[in-house]
Design a protein around this ligand. Structure first.
Ligand code: SF4
Length: 384
């Protein structure tokens, strides 16, 4: 794994992004922002599962104003997601948001961008320059307001990563150029409270765009694969793209975009970070895939355990293995685990057998061991 790229840290409320800060996990609410009650409820659910930062769509002035009410009722920082209209950004700033996302693809009037930067500077909040393949400016239209509609704008004809002939202008070139246009405006105003994203659905294009910008500017990068898909397919797609970049040391905060409950985005985000040992948040479940040697329904047992432990605020590894023969050995790394046998189950810790229980009580016994381990950890940390 490559060392992490050096980036200039910024703060979104109390959350540090970039520099040596842990890679943060973001999500976005899926409620109508004008519905304060529903939005607050969803943000609280995200807080509970360890989401670091949440973004809310701001489709109109009513939504921008609602953010003030929402902010008062939640703990995690809120970012206002702005498209098309700069006055929505100004209103969101007045509502006290902790950061903005501006889309340089559809907010292309430099003077309007400058008025937002001025207000953000006064409030000391960062701006994410959020480039998205789905809303790039027309080719030749970067920084030009008006312009052709996206259907005739040639963007869809640009070659993707790996398809461009030498010297040919590609989607990656267009994405990077779009980001640089806005970076220039902000830097000219002596504003460096910047974060950047360059998301596409196409994974190689996304990877290339981030690699390119990572070499050009010092700002922290927000990683994401846009419109990634359903919980299952989207998590895999995001894991491939984000995992590759993170392994290369690129990326300071991530959002996994999924068509599903936003909490799934947070779970997927942490799983990606955990897989690369970049962050240990919550319990890691190690579960064997099951095979002809399995003595119990491992899939059912693993899912039952997952449901119970996934919300726990602890840094431990729990294993659910299908047989006594290979289970404890295959899950040596687990802090605590269960290996099911015929009519009984072995509870083990770090590969060592500690207890044998009847099949009927294996779930309860495993959870008791997890609880015991958490108590021991707590006692240990108090003694430090
Ligand atoms: S732990 Fe046992 S049941 Fe599970 S995959 Fe390994 S050999 Fe098969």
């Amino acid at each position: 794994m490559k060392p992490r790229r050096v980036s200039k840290p910024i703060w979104v409320g109390p959350v540090k992004i970039g520099g040596d800060a842990p890679i943060s996990v973001q999500s976005m609410t899926k409620t109508d922002t004008r519905d304060v009650q529903a939005t607050v409820r969803q943000i609280k659910e995200l807080e509970e599962v360890g989401c670091d930062i949440v973004r809310c769509a701001v489709p109109d002035l009513e939504a921008a104003r609602a953010l003030a009410d929402i902010k008062r009722q939640v703990k995690i920082p809120i970012i206002a997601d702005i498209h098309f209209h700069h006055h929505l950004a100004l209103e969101a700033i007045k509502s006290g948001v902790d950061g903005l996302r501006l889309n340089p693809g559809n907010l292309r009037d430099a003077d309007k961008v400058r008025s937002v930067v001025k207000a953000a500077k006064e409030r000391g909040i960062p701006i994410r320059i959020g480039v998205n393949f789905g809303s790039l400016p027309p080719v030749g239209g970067i920084g030009k307001s008006g312009g052709l509609s996206r259907v005739y704008d040639m963007v869809n004809r640009l070659p993707k990563a790996g398809e461009a002939k030498p010297g040919e202008y590609s989607v990656v070139d267009h994405m990077v150029a779009t980001a640089l246009w806005e970076i220039q405006i902000l830097e000219d105003m002596d504003f460096d409270n910047i974060k950047i994203s360059l998301k596409a659905f196409d994974v190689p294009t996304t990877i290339e765009a981030y690699r390119r910008i990572a070499r050009m500017v010092p700002y922290p990068l927000h990683l994401g694969i846009t419109e990634a898909g359903t919980v299952k397919a989207g998590s895999i797609r995001s894991a491939v793209g984000l995992g590759y970049l993170l392994y290369e040391g690129i990326g300071d905060t991530i959002r996994v975009s999924l068509s599903g409950d936003p909490r799934e985005e947070v779970f997927a985000g942490y799983e990606i970070l955990k897989a690369l040992n970049l962050r240990q948040k919550g319990v890691t479940l190690i579960a064997c895939p099951s095979c002809g040697r399995a003595d119990v329904d491992v899939v059912r047992l693993a899912n039952q355990v997952d449901e119970i432990i996934k919300g726990l605020n602890a840094n431990i590894r729990v294993a659910v293995m299908g047989c006594e023969v290979n289970g404890p050995g295959e899950a040596k790394d687990a802090d605590v685990g269960i290996a099911a046998g015929v009519g009984r189950a072995v509870i083990f810790r770090k590969g060592q057998k500690v207890r044998v229980v009847n099949a009927g009580e294996m779930l309860t016994a495993l959870l008791e061991e997890v609880e015991k381990l958490l108590q021991e950890q707590k006692a240990g940390s108090l003694g430090d």
